[in-house]
Design a protein around this ligand. Sequence first.
Ligand code: AMP
Ligand code: ZN
Length: 457
Amino acid sequence: MELEYYLCIKYERSMSMTEFWQKEIETMPRAELEKFQLIRLKETIKQAMKSPYYGKLYKEKGIDPDSLADINDIRKLPFTEKQDLRNEYPFGFLSVPQQQIIRLHSTSGTTGNPIVVFHTKHDLDSWANLMARSLFSAGARDTDVFQNICGYGLFTGGLGLQYGIERLGALSIPAGAGNTTRQVKLMKDFGTTAVHAIPSYLSRLYEGIIAEGIDPKKDLKLRFAAIGAEPHTEEQRARIEELFGIKAYNSYGLTEMNGPGVAFECTEQTGMHIWEDCYVAEIIDPMTLEPVPDGQEGELVLTTLDRHAVPIIRYRTRDITCFIEAPCKCGRTHKKIARITGRSDDMFIIRGCNVYPMQIEAILMKMPQLASNYLITLDTNENNDFIQVEAEIKSDTFTGDIEALDKLSKFVTREIADEILVTPIVKLVGQGTLPQSEGKAVRVKDLRTICKNESYK
Ligand code: AMP
Ligand code: ZN
C-alpha cells in the first residue's frame, strides 16, 4: 500500500476489521513504518521550530529537518530533558497560537514549575484514537461498560481514558478516584465489565468489594482491567487477575507524551506495543547516552510524531525498560517494550502520585525545629502502600512538650500531603537517632511488595 494512503488514514477506525482498530497502521511492514516515521519526524521538527524553545535551539545548532535521510538520523538531534520543560514553563514549548489550544494537562511531582502540556483539537483527536486503539488491542469492545477509576483533574488518566473509551464506543462511567463504596455500587448496578485504575488501588477496591459481601467472580461482570501509571510486577498483575477473575493489561504513558495511550499490552500480554506511527522510541544507556542493543535495559527516549501544540523531540523519560525483539503473535508490527522496571532518576511513585525526595526535603528544611537528617520509607500494609517520613527534631527545640510535638507532626503531615498529594505517616524522632550514611545519603527505603520502584543501578 502507498505511503500516501497511510497518511490519509486519520482518526477513523478501519471498517470491517475485527481484530484491529486500524489494521493498515497497526500491521504496517516495518520498512514502510520507518519511512512513515521519517516523513512525520520532519514535519514534527518544522512544527516544533515554531516554539520559542526549539526555534532558538535548532537554529543555533543549524538543524535542517530535510537533511535527515532515515529515521536513525534522529540520533543527531539533541535530547529534551524534564528540566527543559520546567525552565520553559509555561509557554516556551508552545508551537501554535494560543487560540488553537483547547486543553492543558500537567504532571505532579516537581519542586518549582510543573510540566504543562497543551493540546489542540487535532492533538486530542489523535490521543483519543490512540487510546481507543490501545483498549481495542487488549480486547475491550464497544459492548463493554467501562468504569474509569482515576482522577479527572490535570492527571491524564481521567480525561485521557474517558475520550478513548468514548471513541471505542463503550459505555463510559467516569467514576473518578476513591470512594470505594460508590465504586462498588456502580460496578454492581451498571454491570461494569472493564475498569481502568492504578494497580495499587485495585487491592483496596477488592477489600471494599469483599466488605460489601460481594463475590467479585460471581456477583460482578468484570472481565477486563487496564492498569498503569505506576510500576508493578508480573506477580502483582497475576494477583489482580486471580482476585477478580479477570485479565489485566499494562498501560504505559506519561503526561509529556499525552498520557496513557503511548504503549499498551495486546491480548498476548507479552510486552506493550509502542504506537510508532505517533512516537519514535529509542532506548539509551543513561550514562553514555548511546543506544543499547535490542533486549538490553536502558532509558526510554520518546519523540512525538503527531502533536501540533507541544511537539517534544527525544524526550528522556527516565523510565527503564527494554525492547522485546520477537515479533508479536498478534500481527502488530509496532515494537514492544517490557514492563517498566525502574527509573534513572530518584523519582518514586506512590499510590499513583509521582514524588521526588526533594519535594519532601524542601518542606522539612523549611521547619526551623527540624534537623537535617530524614528518612523516607515506602512500605505495604494489608494490601496498601504507604509512605512514612521520619525526621529528626533538633535537641534544643524539643522541650519534652508532647502536645507541641504532636502539633508540629500534624503540621508537617499536612504540608507534605499538600505537596505530594499522598498523606504520609510522619514520625519526629530525636536528633542523632536516624542512621547516618557515609557518602551519598540514602533517603528512600523501598520495602513495598506491590509497586516497587528500583532505581537504575
Ligand atoms: P504522569 O505523567 O504523572 O502520568 O507520570 C508518568 C510516569 O508514570 C511515567 O514516566 C512512569 O514513570 C510512570 N508510569 C506510567 N505508566 C506506567 C506503567 N504502566 N508501569 C510503570 N510505570 C508507569
Ligand atoms: Zn501484540
